[in-house]
Design a protein around this ligand. Structure first.
Ligand SMILES: Nc1ncnc2c1ncn2[C@@H]1O[C@H](COP(=O)(O)OP(=O)(O)O)[C@@H](O)[C@H]1O
Ligand SMILES: [Mg+2]
Length: 433
């Protein structure tokens, strides 16, 4: 009788293991509610006192100095009390805990302890917010939501592109009306061009002129040539295109001045010029000169023209999206000034810590640390800034070459004419003959 019972128990166990594994893989949310959450909740409750003590979250009610006989002694008082927490609430693929702060504590102490909490609870990450004075909300996510992201949705708006998914599960949107110019950094094969492809396929559907500058012979942006109003594939063409854009911008300025308005968006629909988005893939190709006098002059011209577009473009509907591996002053003095104008920032995996610092450092130190921890496997993962000054980890939607080509073809008829640029390129070609 016994061996039969044992075999039966083993069979049930094996069955549970197999079914558990299937549920974990195909229905991760069910698995989280059934197995992950109860275990994590127990960990939170049972480790809280110890974790709080080790991370200086626990405070003793007794004063740090006292009398010992006739002596006044100072020191760490014993028996610290951990702050009170609510029972962990299950969320989809995570849990949340409310902590009541001790008097004198600030959320900053908890932010410092966030990593320790993530390890103690065995979760992917813990974020700290303070929804109400005196309270801190700890939100844990069980696994990395960017490992296999779905696609979020966002309302279609002019000059706004749905790029991918934020770590919170929300939509990652680049809205050029809110943030006019963007800087995108990352090492080779970290996802810069993929992000540009996504941006272009999104903007292609809108009444927007797209101008490409891709001095690696147009390998990346050439895919979109049917929907681009102009494409520069070498630095000489880039100078021509950018100069023509600066002239065009002056016309826009005159139009605004004579109508007595401060931006093209205040002009009546009928006379409003079409917005232009200038996409630059690999900025170093424009700034680094090969040493000859001619190439040096070209590099300087590019630098001056880009800076001018960035400084005046926002109100005139001329937007810059610049991608590069490095954006340090080794590219030339102009690059620092340009960087200051590109307020929107996206930082993929970088080779040197300096680039993450240059992209995100003036905004937030934590964002720099998170960007530096992006691994080579996490292609398309980046740290991006939001319109409200906040930042988030995010992943772009992978746009395949087929998708890019078919979108371009579909919307090719929408391509606005920019006669000034066409003329500039025609002059260049005339020179060559
Ligand atoms: N969001 C993404 N999701 C998945 N894979 C991606 C993503 N972005 C990029 N990749 C992969 O990384 C490769 C290199 O990306 P790419 O955009 O060419 O990098 P870069 O321009 O920075 O050199 C792509 O061919 C693609 O396979
Ligand atoms: Mg690239």
């Amino acid at each position: 009788m016994r061996p039969i019972l044992l075999a039966f128990a083993l069979a049930v166990l094996a069955w549970l293991l197999v079914v558990g594994d299937l549920v974990r893989r195909h229905r991760p949310a069910w698995y989280w509610y059934l197995v992950g959450y109860p275990a994590a909740a127990c960990r939170v409750v049972f480790t809280w006192r110890k974790v709080a003590m080790l991370n200086d979250l626990a405070v003793s009610r007794r004063p740090p100095r006292g009398l010992l006989g006739d002596l006044m002694v100072k020191g760490e008082p014993l028996r610290p009390v951990a702050p009170r927490i609510s029972f962990p609430r299950a969320t989809r693929m995570g849990l949340s805990v409310i902590v009541r702060l001790h008097a004198g504590q600030t959320p900053a102490t908890y932010m410092k302890a966030a990593d320790a909490l993530a390890h103690a609870w065995k979760v992917h990450a813990v974020r700290v917010t303070s929804p109400e004075r005196g309270l801190v909300l700890l939100t844990a996510t069980a696994t990395d939501p960017l490992e296999r992201p779905g696609l979020a949705t966002a309302p279609a708006e002019l000059l706004s592109a749905l790029i991918g998914v934020l770590e919170s599960g929300g939509a990652w949107v680049m809205n050029l009306r809110l943030v006019p110019h963007w800087l995108i950094t990352g090492a080779t094969r970290s996802g810069k061009s993929t992000l540009l492809a996504r941006l272009i396929t999104q903007l292609a559907q809108q009444p927007v002129a797209l101008v490409g500058i891709d001095c690696k012979g147009g390998m990346e942006l050439g895919l979109f040539s049917q929907r681009l109003s102009a494409l520069a594939t070498c630095r000489r063409e880039a100078v021509a295109v950018l100069s023509a854009l600066v002239v065009d911008m002056q016309d826009r300025m005159n139009a605004c001045r004579s109508a007595g308005v401060r931006s093209i968006w205040e002009l009546p629909d009928k006379i409003r010029p079409v917005p232009v988005v200038v996409v630059v893939d690999e900025i170093a190709e424009l700034y680094l000169s090969e040493g000859t006098r001619e190439s040096k002059a070209e590099a300087e011209q590019c630098s001056t023209l880009l800076l001018r577009l960035a400084q005046l473009g926002a109100a005139l509907g001329v937007h810059l999206v610049v991608a590069g591996q490095r954006v340090g002053s080794d590219l030339g003095p102009g690059v620092t000034a340009l960087r200051a104008q590109l307020v929107g920032r996206i930082c993929h995996r970088v080779n040197d810590p300096g680039t993450a610092e240059m992209t995100l450092g003036d905004l937030n130190k934590d964002a720099v640390a998170v960007a530096q921890s992006i691994t080579a496997e996490e292609r398309g993962v980046a740290v991006c800034t939001g319109p409200d000054g906040g930042w988030s980890r995010a992943r772009s939607h992978l746009t395949s070459t087929d998708e890019a080509v078919s979108t371009t073809r579909k919307y090719a008829a929408l391509t606005p004419e920019l006669p000034a640029i066409d003329r500039a390129i025609a002059v260049l070609e005339g020179d060559d003959k």
